[in-house]
Design a protein around this ligand. Structure first.
Ligand code: CUA
Length: 408
């Protein structure tokens, strides 16, 4: 290669590779030392906030440091060879000794990787079993109420400690629905959990394969249509302190808006969780403001009820829209997210837009933007096929926004 024909070329290559190596070494050693870490809630699975997350991160560390060792040794030998046997003037015709076959070497470089891989397999299965069994619990510690579902859960499944709270995570293109069957709650995008109590997660999908993943809490779990997979995690008390909202993401490519199939896990203190759960089972409050009332009517006349459930939606508003009252109260839509308490959630559209709960102005702007033209915000989303630009007049957008922001 021309690169090696002179000292300058070799030097240039060396510098580039050294810089690369320096970045890797810095990443491994220096960033933690300097305190450069991703904060709580960032979704950085290397900084876990749960026992299961900790086990996964520890396993990763072992793999990582072994890989760094292999990298340094292999690259070191490579650099040595490049330097030692580099091109030098006067050696144009020199042919190095030709060797074919070296049994000792070949056995060595087969045996060492095989041993490393075997060791990693043992460590991996150990971790998987630990996670599977729960903290100091055997299979008998399954929540008896859920044993049937566990028996049919297909792949690797968690065996959560008794008394775990059941949460069902249902993947849709492209948002997450969360159901708490024991509490009678259905919500979307925000998954609240109480600190200190094991959470049994059951996941499935309404359409294609998704993957439920909360990096700082636990590993990925495939959401497969027609199948119920299960796992569990426990957010310790300290996870509820400080920035208690954890970034989470669909981890299986599922279509054009896979990236905006996000959700958040909010870890509450047991008291806060109680309060949240009590509020979530309430029907939507009655409204009296004029603009919001108009929005409430539009919710039926513009067909929103066809896709979105809304507990407490007045039957009278449906009647006014000429819809059969049987379809009322709650609005029965099951295609889109349940909107009963949409303004208790800081995100809409699977994380595409935020509704800053402490900033009504921004919330209003974002909600209106979504209603005006969902396709522009999140191309390909299901709502965009019904709500095209112009379907709602600006006045109607404002009225619907006003109404939706009463749904706390
Ligand atoms: Cu759902 Cu990716």
């Amino acid at each position: 290669m021309a690169l090696f024909r002179n000292r300058k070329g070799l030097l240039r290559l060396t510098v580039v590779l050294l810089i690369l190596a320096a970045f890797i070494v810095a990443g491994v050693i220096w960033l933690p030392v300097l305190g450069i870490e991703q904060p709580q809630g960032s979704g950085d699975w290397l900084n876990p906030y749960s026992p299961v997350g900790q086990q996964i991160a520890t396993l990763y560390d072992v793999v990582y440091y072994i890989a760094v060792g292999v990298f340094v040794i292999v690259e070191g030998l490579l650099f040595y060879a490049i330097y030692r046997y580099r091109f030098r003037p006067g050696r144009e015709r020199l042919i190095v000794p030709q060797v074919h076959g070296n049994t000792t070497l070949e056995i060595t470089w087969t045996a060492i990787p095989a041993l490393i891989v075997a060791g990693l397999v043992v460590l991996t299965f150990n971790t998987m079993t630990d996670i599977h069994d729960g903290p100091g619990n055997g299979p008998t510690s399954l929540n008896p109420a859920h044993r049937d579902q566990h028996a049919v859960a297909a792949t690797l499944m968690g065996q959560a400690p008794a008394g775990a709270l059941r949460v069902e995570a249902i993947g849709h293109q492209w948002w997450w629905e969360f159901r708490y069957p024991e509490l009678g709650i259905t919500t979307a995008t925000m998954m609240h959990v109480p600190a200190g109590r094991a959470i049994e997660v059951f996941t499935t999908s309404k359409d294609v394969i998704h993957s439920w993943w909360v990096p700082q809490m636990t590993g990925k779990l495939d959401s497969v249509p027609g199948v119920m997979n299960a796992t569990w995690f426990l957010a310790p008390a300290e996870a509820a302190i400080g920035q208690n909202i954890y970034h989470a993401q669909c981890a299986e490519f599922c279509g054009e808006q896979h990236a905006i199939m996000q959700f958040r896990v909010q870890v509450d203190t047991p008291e806060d969780f109680e309060r949240w759960a009590r509020q979530q089972v309430q029907p939507a409050p009655a409204i009296n403001a004029e603009l919001a009332t108009r929005g409430q009517t539009l919710f039926a006349t513009k067909g929103c009820v066809g896709c979105h459930a809304l507990a407490g939606y007045p039957a009278q508003a449906l009647a006014e829209a000429g819809l059969p009252p049987t379809a009322a109260d709650p609005a029965p839509g099951k295609i889109g997210p349940d909107l009963t308490h949409v303004y208790s959630r800081p995100l809409i559209a699977g994380g595409a837009l935020s509704l800053p709960l402490d900033n009504a102005q921004e919330a209003r702007e974002n909600m209106a933007r979504w209603l005006r033209n969902p396709q522009e915000v999140k191309p390909g989303n299901l709502m965009a096929s019904a709500i095209k630009p112009g379907v709602l007049t600006e006045e109607q957008v404002q009225a619907l926004t006003e109404y939706l922001l009463t749904l706390r």
